[in-house]
Design a protein around this ligand. Structure first.
Ligand code: PMP
Length: 285
């Protein structure tokens, strides 16, 4: 991704894409002092931009990183970066991290907090699996307890087990991995939330140990608007035997049907199709 044309917004100015570099002694690289957002623009407009900005600020606060710009400055910088990309449909990545500076130890209050924004084209997150039903592996790692790490921050450190679990899943021919949480309840995929359908009703894990995704919240609203009952609750993995449909939600994943999780199988059914199509319409409305 580093060798391409374009510009990246870094700490208040645009730099050439190939020159958007950081020092190897950046605090973030050593100690995961980094938070980020993944957003999508449709027809030139960033979907749920304000919600993403607010989550970013909360994530930075959770990691004790004072934001060097205001919410309004962030919004303006994102809009300008999107405009300069020339793209209408695009992925927007905002990253905030502790840079290099006075400290090389764990404590780093003197090191500057830095911000960058990059925009690029990103098609269907699960590629061909998108409407046929993705195949998921069950991850060996568990989502950690909220007492061990700030689980609601979109923080780089929380993605370590995502990367290793997704590598393992892909090596088995799966599109992604599904995590259980520290208690054994169904949690989320490596970059998306999960929903199930049984007897015309929807069940989705309670986000008490993982990200309450912006897409997740949007989709719950869409289901309720349609009069479909949604249960947000703790779900045991064995319950997957009885669930008929399943899908993932996320900014990158959008609404992606799931056909298989380990030995459990699901159909790409009516509610899944309706919600996937309605989401596509909503983001462009
Ligand atoms: N869980 C994880 C771990 C994620 O990375 C994402 C993507 N940000 C989500 C859930 C879905 O969140 P959102 O709908 O806000 O993109």
């Amino acid at each position: 991704y580093d060798d391409r044309d374009g510009v990246i917004w870094m700490d208040g100015e645009f730099v050439d894409w190939r020159e958007a570099k950081v020092h190897v002694l950046s605090h973030a690289l050593h100690y995961a002092s980094s938070v980020f957002e993944g957003e999508r623009a449709y027809n030139g407009k960033i979907f749920k931009s304000r919600e993403h900005n607010e989550r970013l600020f909360k994530s930075a606060e959770a990691l004790d990183m004072p934001m060097p710009i205001t919410l309004d400055e962030l919004e303006a910088a994102k809009q300008e970066t999107l405009k300069k990309s020339g793209l209408q449909d695009a992925y927007v990545r905002v990253v905030v991290w502790r840079g290099s500076g006075e400290d090389m130890g764990v404590a780093s209050a003197a090191n500057p907090v830095r911000v960058a924004i990059a925009v690029w084209e990103w098609g269907a997150y699960y590629g061909d699996a998108k409407m046929q039903g993705a195949k998921l592996d069950i991850a060996e790692w568990k989502r950690p307890s909220p007492e061990t790490i700030p689980v609601h921050a979109k923080a780089a450190g929380l993605y370590m087990i995502c990367t290793i679990s997704k590598h393992k899943a892909e090596a088995k021919g799966c599109s992604d991995a599904l995590f259980m949480d520290y208690r054994g309840y169904v949690a989320e995929a490596t970059g998306a939330n999960i929903f199930f359908v049984k007897d015309g009703e929807v069940h989705t894990p309670l986000p008490d140990s993982f990200l309450n995704g912006i897409t997740r919240q949007t989709v719950i609203g869409m289901l309720k608007d349609r009069g479909i009952t949604v249960y947000e609750r703790h779900i045991m993995p064995e319950e997957m035997t009885e669930f008929e449909q399943c899908w993932l939600t996320g900014t990158a994943a959008e609404v992606t049907p799931v056909g298989q999780i380990g030995d459990y199988t699901f159909e790409v059914g009516d509610i899944t199709r309706e919600i996937a199509e309605a989401y596509e319409e909503l983001v462009r409305a």
